[in-house]
Design a protein around this ligand. Structure first.
Ligand code: ARG
Length: 459
């Protein structure tokens, strides 16, 4: 009968129940948040005259000692204590005696866990933002060197139009910026204090919720206690935001895997971030991007898991909610290592510009430029220009020569209105640099985009 809640029970909990019911083996990750929450709660109780100054001094010293014990590894985490809240409170009372028993006045584990978990998630949101920024900086280092490196822009994984490699990377910079904005907006929405909601209905004690909110770095106090003790939107949001970010990382990873193949040969990952095969001695495998792609699936799993846990819960707190933590811990830690290893893999990756440019010479990448020429120079309606260009492409296929290298006489045969100056338009670099519309791939426009991201990262 060593449970804190054992008053109404006459038999002890079975070992099996302890194992099934306990969260202490994983929620102990929240020990810092839990102790800080208790310190703030105790300070508030003392200010309100609910604890004496002497009791506050004892509780503060006791909690600091517990923190030291946890950090030095001396603290004994016991499954029979059920969760970290009870484990810590029990140890506190063992150290300081009766004052420890007063700490839980005007508080429930329901608002306590909501405080701890919410603060952990808020902290992780901003740590992930910092890590995304570091990754973006690394992408910018590569992009800066490749504003003129041609690479086939694709749709349907088919050669479409020539672009430059920095422009391609700029697409990922845009995605990562949106990711940052999502994490930041989640912080703004969710940084409200649950402390003082107690079990579900508030408390008859004269608490000062504003004071604890401020001490704990929350922006404000939550509005409705019934909602607050059962709300896990903040956890769902970080799972969704991490899932979306991982989806972006996964798309880049997919390209890195393809680009590392002999067929593409656009990049080579460094030895440090590649692996070999146990049977085929010649192999150099892009395990890092493959695993990033794979881990994305696992992160989605955590999002679906928590959405499913939450969907049928009546108000207010239900023990089902205890299942919120492991998925979030796993998703957040997966995201953190993913951001870090992607950054390092990119930093040490070799970009094979020559192969990128060589690949542009196949697939008539400047076909749209011929159509645009016919429209602009010859005043031919676009639909007709498209058809004429199609004939030119067919000719190229027949002769096994790319449109950009075709002998002018064939073009003239196809349509007499075409002049020799067309050949300048069909050059691949010209094609890339012709796309000068805002947000386009022309080197000058690409440089503007890189400037935009650099400025964004500055503030
Ligand atoms: N370990 C619990 C959780 O993580 C803490 C809250 C428990 N509250 C309760 N009334 N059983 O959700």
């Amino acid at each position: 009968m060593d449970k804190m809640w054992s008053g109404r029970f006459s038999a002890s909990a079975s070992n099996l129940l302890d194992q099934f019911n306990a969260s202490i083996m994983y929620d102990r990750k929240l020990y810092r948040e839990d102790i800080e929450g208790s310190l703030a709660h105790a300070a508030m109780l003392a200010k309100q005259g609910i604890l004496t100054t002497e009791e506050l001094i004892q509780i503060t010293a006791g909690l600091n000692q517990v923190r030291e014990e946890i950090e030095s590894g001396a603290f004994e985490w016991k499954i029979s204590d059920e969760d970290l809240h009870m484990g810590i409170e029990k140890r506190l009372t063992a150290i300081i005696g009766d004052a420890g028993k007063k700490l839980h006045t005007a508080r429930s584990r329901n608002d306590q866990v909501a405080v701890d978990f919410r603060r952990y998630v808020i902290r992780k949101n901003s740590e992930i933002v910092d890590a995304i920024k570091l990754l973006m900086n690394e992408v910018l280092v590569i992009a800066d060197k490749h504003t003129e490196t041609l690479i086939p822009g694709m749709t349907h994984l088919q050669h479409a139009q020539p672009i430059n490699f920095a422009f391609h990377l700029g697409a990922y910079l845009s995605m990562f910026k949106r990711d940052i904005e999502r994490f930041e907006s989640s912080i703004k929405r969710n940084n409200v204090s649950p402390l003082g909601c107690a079990a579900l209905a508030g408390t008859p004690h004269d608490v000062d919720r504003k004071m604890t909110a401020e001490l704990l770095g929350f922006d404000s106090v939550s509005v409705n206690c019934l909602d607050t003790v059962s709300d896990r939107d903040f956890a769902l949001e970080i799972l969704f935001n991490v899932s979306t970010m991982m989806m972006h990382i996964s798309r880049l990873s997919e390209e890195l895997v393809m680009w590392s193949s002999y067929e593409f040969g656009f990049v080579e990952l460094s030895d440090e971030y590649s692996t070999g095969s146990s049977i085929m001695p010649q192999k150099k495998n892009p395990d890092v991007p493959e695993l990033l792609r794979g881990k994305t699936g696992r992160v989605y799993g955590s999002l679906m898991g928590l959405l499913t846990v939450m969907k049928g819960l009546p108000l207010a707190y239900n023990k089902d909610t205890q299942e919120d933590k492991e998925g979030v811990f796993d998703a957040v830690e997966t995201a953190e290592i993913s951001l870090e290893i992607l950054k390092e893999a990119l930093k040490t990756m070799e970009v094979k510009s020559y192969n990128m440019e060589k690949a542009c010479a196949i697939g008539h990448l400047s076909a749209t430029d011929l159509a645009d020429y016919l429209v602009k120079k010859c005043n031919i309606p676009f639909r007709e220009a498209h058809f004429i260009t199609g004939r030119a492409v067919a000719k190229g296929e027949e002769l096994n020569v790319d449109l950009s290298k075709m002998d002018f006489k064939y073009l003239k045969e196809i349509d007499n209105r075409i002049d020799e100056d067309v050949m300048a338009y069909l050059g691949l670099r010209h094609s890339m640099n012709a796309r000068t519309s805002e947000g386009g791939t022309a080197t000058a426009r690409t440089k503007e985009q890189l400037e935009y991201f650099k400025n964004y990262l500055k503030d």
